[in-house]
Design a protein around this ligand. Structure first.
Ligand code: SOE
Length: 398
């Protein structure tokens, strides 16, 4: 039986952009679907811009705000510091938080340089001796299909792993007038596609195969070296911004390509790009073993393809497994069998339309299907065309 009143875990989140929103959503939702042994309390949201931080805190339900991360590191009430700010801030915050006895969750890439990462690893090792916990936010390890892929490899379903292919393909920088955000500034982000999305490819491959990357050979390339600067106040919010007429220098890679040798004898090819025209968030991994293979694509995140090379010849072929069964990792706490992760958002959209219709008054067209009987009408009410849903605020931007 789970504890009906688990102890509290008072959290401070640093950053309220794209990742801040994603982490806030996790703190709200996870305790409602999973019986957690500690109850996260959304205590303090930290951001430099006071107005933007207050707005984000109210939106997500954080109890209070701070505009300097030292405040939460010094606050004895805080148990966990979640670092979702740009990479350049990670080392200082993480080391101080660990030294103050706070548990730390730090977004990837962990640090902007190897030297910083080593300092953080040492701080985490020292803190661990005092029972303080540190973790890097490689969320894709927790996509049920990826966790399941790792389990299949670990139980020998693929035999000896020989080759891996990992691609993380996005296209949000194809427009050369797309503005400079902090993600294009090496001083803040550390690197471009390599650290932002290539890091996921590297981590997922190491996680699934249980092998580390021993040696690599590759290239980095930047196609667009100057971009319009963002209006400073807007860029701090992480919620988009207005491009100014000035241009700034892009100091990170647009594309990273490399091959690697893995510790267990496998070889791999990796590609991370923000210039894969038409590909929005295609994170693909294929693992080829002596007895089988796996293929995953984040754009179909509820699926895993599995090839059993030991099957009778007339049955050979990739099989699509829908990773939505109670037997699959994490899944049992979500929805009944087959109801994909993502199913829940239909209900959110329904609520958006319902509330929009209520606010709009009598407009019937917004409420399809309605509960009313449609006598003699030529178009069934359930088929009434929708009007555009009232748009919520813009999504968090990179
Ligand atoms: C966070 O995990 C992250 O890597 C972001 O930093 C990327 O920009 C996003 O595209 C994928 O997720």
């Amino acid at each position: 039986m789970s504890d009906p009143h688990p102890p509290l875990l008072r959290v401070a989140l640093v950053g309220h952009g794209f990742m801040g929103a994603a982490h806030s959503q996790a703190f709200r939702v996870a305790p409602r679907f999973f019986d957690l042994p500690l109850t996260p309390v959304m205590s303090t949201l930290v951001g430099r811009n006071a107005a933007a931080t207050t707005t984000a805190a109210e939106k997500w339900g954080w109890e209070s705000t701070a505009n300097d991360w030292h405040d939460v590191v010094d606050d004895p009430a805080i148990d966990l510091v979640d670092i979702s700010s740009p990479g350049s801030t990670h080392v200082e915050i993480a080391v101080a938080a660990l030294a103050a006895g706070k548990h730390v969750l730090c977004e990837k890439p962990l640090a902007n340089t190897v030297a910083e990462a080593e300092i953080m690893a040492d701080a985490a090792a020292a803190a661990a001796k005092k029972g303080v916990f540190a973790m890097v936010g490689f969320t894709y390890r927790r996509v049920p299909a990826i966790t399941f892929a790792q389990r299949l490899v670990a139980r020998g379903a693929l035999g000896e792993i020989r080759q891996v292919r990992a691609q993380y393909l996005q296209d949000w920088l194809v427009d050369e007038d797309g503005p400079m955000t902090w993600r294009l500034d090496k001083a803040k982000a550390g690197s471009g596609a390599l650290g932002d999305i290539g890091a996921h490819a590297i981590d997922a491959v190491q996680f699934i195969t249980g092998q580390t990357l021993d040696s690599v050979s590759g290239l980095l390339h930047t196609f667009v070296t100057e971009r319009p600067l963002l209006d400073e106040s807007a860029s701090q919010t992480g919620l988009g911004g207005v491009a100014s007429s000035e241009r700034g220098r892009v100091t990170v890679d647009d594309v990273a390509l490399f091959t690697a040798k893995l510790s267990g004898g496998a070889i791999g090819s990796f590609e991370a790009t923000r210039f894969a025209t038409g590909r929005k968030n295609a994170f693909r991994i294929e693992i080829s073993g002596s007895e089988g293979a796996l293929a995953f694509d984040l754009e179909r995140e509820n699926e895993l393809e599995y090839y059993d090379g030991t099957a009778p010849a007339d049955l050979l072929g990739f099989k699509r497994i829908l990773v939505t069964e109670p037997e699959h990792p994490y899944y049992a706490n979500w929805w009944p069998t087959g109801h994909t992760i993502g199913y829940e958002h239909g209900f959110s959209h329904q609520l958006v339309d319902l509330v929009g219709a209520l606010a709009a008054g009598s407009s019937r067209r917004r409420r399809s299907p309605t509960a009313s009987r449609c006598s003699g009408c030529s178009t069934p009410s359930s088929a009434a065309p929708e009007t555009a849903a009232p748009g919520p605020s813009r999504p968090p931007q990179r």
